[in-house]
Design a protein around this ligand. Structure first.
Ligand SMILES: C[S@@+](CC[C@H](N)C(=O)[O-])C[C@H]1O[C@@H](n2cnc3c(N)ncnc32)[C@H](O)[C@@H]1O
Length: 228
């Protein structure tokens, strides 16, 4: 079903144009509110973290401040140049690279973090492809911490339609992650922007499996034939 997948090139150009023109309403000048506590729970000193779709680098820089080994990647050259300028001004040790998670070798990391990258893919197959790319840069047992817009908002359908924010269901998350990740927890949280709206997030913690569980279990599913 490749025809339903948005071409990677198109997404790259869209984001680059948005950073060039400053059309980036998701960019929060402050690190995501739950960042410190979450990493305190799941990461120890020296943990390596890849921030996929790091944008202007606000969260990556905060994680570097906390003492983790951090690389931020983003498809937008403009975003990465700005992140590097901010890093240099702050005198922090944090690597930023213009790169696409779908192509090339991005190394091997203890934790992948993304805020708003997964949820930007509009269809199930693109999100599953993104999750598989995340799995390939994690060692087995490595963690993926994902902050995605949630559909659990106490707003009217009119407002939801007008704002057109990315909102995933729990089923969307499961469809993307379940093959290659064990779910550790999914909590409701805040996305952290647009203060006048109640834009909630799913805060998901997933552990990379050693193998694709759905592919394997489909071979061994009980049928009425082998139960009789
Ligand atoms: C909604 S923005 C979130 C930016 C940042 N994480 C934040 O919290 O403000 C999504 C980001 O993902 C980046 N992105 C989208 N597709 C990507 C890909 N395939 N590889 C790397 N970055 C990607 C975009 O350029 C954009 O900066």
């Amino acid at each position: 079903m490749l025809s339903s997948v948005t071409p990677i090139r198109q997404l790259t150009d869209d984001f680059e144009n948005r950073f060039r023109t400053g059309d980036t309403p998701w960019e929060d000048p402050h690190p995501w509110a739950g960042l410190d506590k979450l990493f305190e729970r799941f990461a120890s000193s020296g943990t390596s973290i890849l921030d996929v779709g790091c944008g202007l680098g606000t969260n990556a820089l905060r994680l570097a401040t906390l003492g983790y080994r951090v690389r931020g990647i983003d498809v937008s050259q403009t975003a990465i140049e700005k992140a590097i300028t901010r890093r240099n001004a702050a005198g922090l040790d944090c690597e930023f690279l213009c790169a696409n998670i779908f192509t090339g070798d991005h190394g091997n990391w203890d934790i992948v973090f993304d805020r708003g990258c997964l949820h930007g893919f509009a269809d199930t197959s693109s999100r599953a492809r993104f999750a598989l790319s995340v799995a390939t840069v994690l060692q087995p047992g490595g963690l993926w911490i994902d902050i995605s817009g949630s559909n659990e908002n106490a707003e009217s359908p009119d407002i939801i339609q007008k704002l057109a924010l990315p909102r995933l269901t729990l089923a969307d998350l499961a469809a993307a992650t379940e093959s290659n990740f064990e779910t550790i927890e999914i909590r409701q949280g805040v996305f952290g922007m647009m203060p006048d709206t109640d834009f909630r997030a799913w805060v998901g913690i997933y552990r990379r499996r050693k193998f694709d569980i759905l592919a394997v279990s489909s071979q061994y599913n009980m049928t009425s034939e082998n139960l009789s």
